[in-house]
Design a protein around this ligand. Structure first.
Ligand code: SP5
Ligand code: ZN
Length: 348
């Protein structure tokens, strides 16, 4: 399988994140992508390329211009607040919850940082924009290559994307790579695109971006938000709105779910996708469903990821895989490549 690798991913390198009142070492670290790349090479799964250049217009069709302006300049504004900030990751301190305005763009950088985010767990670093932008390029080119006839392609990038909405970051995500891939497929002529999100956490950003659209079906399998991050979205009764009514599908599963029950939900998800008759599939490939994941609660084993790849191949669709979560760093390479190899074998 063709891989589009973001060779700038390590420019995003958060040190610590807020967790229950203390700053703990980041889970979303550069080594994650390094392990996946090393495993791809070790198993010789296919060509690995880095896009030299790409047309970035689609990014502004997914994300709001004022959010993109903010992200592009955020690090420089953070350092301008205080030169000592050059040694500290940027975090929001204020958020406009209900009753506050979001139409006014404050001059204050910390105020804008809160306007464009929803948690304190997603450090913004000196190279976050460069890494996220290059990663979006990998998603764009992966989609283009699939449209040009590749059976599948894998965007190997970080930071991840599925929690990022049209105008906010959070959940370690800044640009929504899966949404950007899906929009690229639509713009190039795919009439209907399905996004299947198998990260442990609900893909709230992807859901929100396509919630009122009937051309992109979003389906997500994830830990029940009653107890699991991102808590405020991802429930089964969220089925889309307006023209998008019926084109969003959430399959929340209880913490502790094992592969048998998880796979039954995948079968259900794939049946819904088949009924939609999409021209292409985007898979938000999170590996934090693994039993050994430090921040998640399902119990999948490494071999199970081969079966997932085989099941996905049976959908018979041109497929773009986008790397999302997965924090058992030493195993994330094997688990990711197991999905891709299972798919490649299943696709014949
Ligand atoms: C892309 C992705 O998987 N984002 C996940 C963001 C989760 N952020 C909240 C993490 C909560 C950390 N819990 C630590 C538990 C330590 N035992
Ligand atoms: Zn996740």
């Amino acid at each position: 399988m063709l891989t589009l690798y973001n060779d700038r991913h390590a420019l995003h390198h958060g040190q610590r994140e807020m967790f229950r009142g203390e700053m703990v070492p980041c889970f979303e670290i550069p080594a994650r992508a390094d392990f996946v790349l090393a495993e791809l090479k070790r198993r010789g799964l296919g060509a690995i390329e880095t896009p030299a250049a790409f047309d970035d217009a689609v990014i502004a069709r997914v994300h709001a211009p004022r959010y993109l302006d903010f992200l592009r300049g955020a690090w420089d504004e953070w350092v301008a607040l205080d030169p000592a900030n050059a040694q500290r990751d940027a975090f929001p301190s204020y958020w406009p919850i209900r009753t506050f305005r979001s139409d006014v763009l404050p001059a204050s950088f910390p105020a804008r940082m809160g306007l464009f985010s929803y948690d304190a767990g997603s450090p913004l670093t000196s190279g976050t924009w460069a890494a996220a932008y290059a990663g979006a390029g990998c998603a764009i080119v992966a989609a283009q290559r699939v449209l040009a006839g590749e059976r599948a392609a894998f965007a190997l990038t970080r930071p991840p994307g599925h929690h990022a909405g049209a105008d906010f970051f959070g959940g370690y995500c800044f640009l929504n790579n899966a949404a950007i891939a899906a929009q690229t497929l639509r713009d190039a002529g795919a009439a209907r695109v399905a996004v299947l999100d198998i990260d442990y956490h609900h893909g709230n950003g992807t859901q929100a971006i396509f919630y009122e659209r009937a051309d992109v079906l979003v389906t997500s399998l994830h830990g029940d938000p009653h107890t699991e991050y991102p808590y405020y979205l991802g429930y089964a009764d969220e089925q889309g709105a307006g023209a998008g009514k019926g084109f969003n599908r959430n399959l929340p599963l209880p913490r502790g779910t094992g592969f048998e029950a998880w796979r039954a939900a995948l079968t259900d998800a794939l049946a819904g996708i088949a009924a939609f008759r999409p021209d292409a599939l985007v898979v938000s490939l999170g590996l934090d469903t693994f039993a050994g994941d430090p921040i998640a609660g399902f119990t999948l084993q490494s071999d199970d990821y081969l079966r997932i790849g085989e099941d996905l191949a049976r959908a018979g669709l041109p497929t773009v895989f986008v790397f999302e979560g997965g924090y058992a760093v030493a195993e994330v390479g094997v688990n990711a490549v197991n999905v891709l190899e299972g798919f490649a074998e299943g696709a014949g």
